[in-house]
Design a protein around this ligand. Structure first.
Ligand SMILES: [Zn+2]
Length: 247
């Protein structure tokens, strides 16, 4: 799609090009026919257990919460193509945090999906994907940031997942040192045979979801990605729903 770094003579020209692309992408999304996904949304709202917590997270907002060992967290994409930036930590020791490299090594696959266990720095199992209606979730591209958006698009001061993560971290005594390469649920970053990679259109539709089982007590921190300048959110950030439940 748009590539990672927009070319241009200067930041002003690149920012104008990025705004044009974003506006065109958003208009195309709003004009596209909306398939009826009410059955999928209703199915996603039914968990096979007892609901402990149920919350809609607004477009672009941060969220954090604890999930006890053996509990489940369902993340539902309510409108489709919404990137959900996600980190998890050993609740008793946040330095024992999600590690993308260990997760990729142990699963033998660069994508996250059904059956993938999310491992920590100390190679402890934190959470496992036990249901997934989409597949091929990203864990190599990291999160968006105001700084990266300036480099990529010549635009200063954008809302970002880095900003969301740091905001949510502050409530748990965590800081920038805890911000590591994350999982991007519903974000598609294909890696070609020659190693080429880019963020392209998401593969999820309204009502798609993933279920994660906590393998120990964990703290989950989420940024419901506010990015408007590339296709990770199909140019229009939208809400998600989180359901924590026990079997
Ligand atoms: Zn983001």
């Amino acid at each position: 799609m748009t590539g990672i770094v927009l070319p241009g003579a200067g930041d002003e020209e690149r920012a104008a090009a990025a705004e044009r692309l974003a506006e065109a992408g958003r208009a195309a999304r709003l004009a596209a026919p909306k398939p009826d996904r009410s059955a999928e949304l209703a199915a996603a709202a039914r968990v096979p257990g007892t609901v402990v917590h149920d919350e809609v997270v607004a477009a672009g907002a941060p969220w954090s919460g604890r999930v006890k060992a053996g509990e489940y967290l369902r993340i539902i994409d309510l409108e489709g193509c919404q990137a959900v930036d996600f980190l998890c930590f050993d609740q008793t020791d946040p330095d024992n945090r999600y590690n993308a490299g260990n997760t990729i090594k142990f699963s033998g696959n660069v994508y996250v999906g059904q059956g993938t266990t999310l491992y920590s720095d100390r190679a402890d199992a934190l959470m496992t994907v036990v249901a997934d209606t989409v597949g091929l979730h990203d864990t190599i591209a990291g999160c968006c940031s105001a700084e990266a958006n300036r480099v990529r698009y010549g635009i200063e001061g954008t809302p970002s997942c880095r900003g969301n993560f740091l905001h949510a971290f502050a409530g748990h005594g965590l800081g920038p040192q805890h911000l590591v390469a994350n999982v991007n649920w519903f974000m598609y970053v294909p890696v070609e045979p020659d190693g080429a990679t880019a963020i392209v259109d998401g593969r999820s539709a309204a009502g798609d979801y993933v279920d994660l089982r906590a393998e120990r007590d964990v703290l989950v921190v989420i940024s419901n990605c506010p990015q408007r300048y590339n296709p990770c959110n199909a140019w229009l950030p939208t809400p998600i729903r989180l359901i924590r439940w026990t079997s």
